[in-house]
Design a protein around this ligand. Structure first.
Ligand code: FES
Length: 157
């Protein structure tokens, strides 16, 4: 990783935006990467604006990959005010925003954020995290420490 990219990631991590659960979320997506073991959950809340349903707020939790946290922080700000369709149309590199191009070994970190967004927003019911944990807004960690809640996790390719 270049020093420049490392600095941009550290800048995003110095003041991460939108970390944590969103208790009254309308949609939740949880994805994981089996290779590195990272998981990311994204909560989305909508509002009506000018006759359109737009994203009012999005928050996330992950287990700690710095690049994924930096991308999720930027992406959850970027999708504010967009419709689900507009947010889904964003490409991986757009979600990474000011971090700029990521090196090949870090692209999957941004894809994890994109995957969580897709899992939350795509209309396909089977891709949505409809587990009780998601519905109650429980934390990512709660899903594992309280297995009775269940978890719908999508592993990305
Ligand atoms: Fe796997 Fe970042 S190292 S998500």
């Amino acid at each position: 990783m270049t020093d420049d990219l490392q600095k941009r990631i550290q800048a995003a991590l110095a003041n991460p935006q939108n970390m944590g659960e969103l208790a009254d979320a309308d949609a939740v997506g949880t994805v994981g990467n089996a290779d590195c073991g990272e998981m990311l959950r994204l909560w989305v809340k909508f509002k009506e604006q000018n006759g359109k349903k737009v994203i009012d707020r999005a928050t996330f939790q992950s287990f700690g990959c710095e690049t994924a946290i930096a991308v999720a922080s930027l992406a959850t700000e970027l999708i504010r005010g967009k419709t689900a369709g507009e947010a889904l149309a964003l490409k991986t590199e757009e979600l990474a925003g000011e971090l700029g191009p990521l090196p090949p070994m870090k692209i999957h970190c941004a894809q994890l954020v994109e995957g969580a967004l897709r899992s939350a927003l795509e209309p396909s019911a089977e891709k949505k995290d409809s587990s009780p944990a998601a519905a109650t807004g429980s934390t990512l960690l709660d899903s594992f420490s309280k297995p009775k809640e269940g978890i719908k996790l999508t592993f990305l390719d």
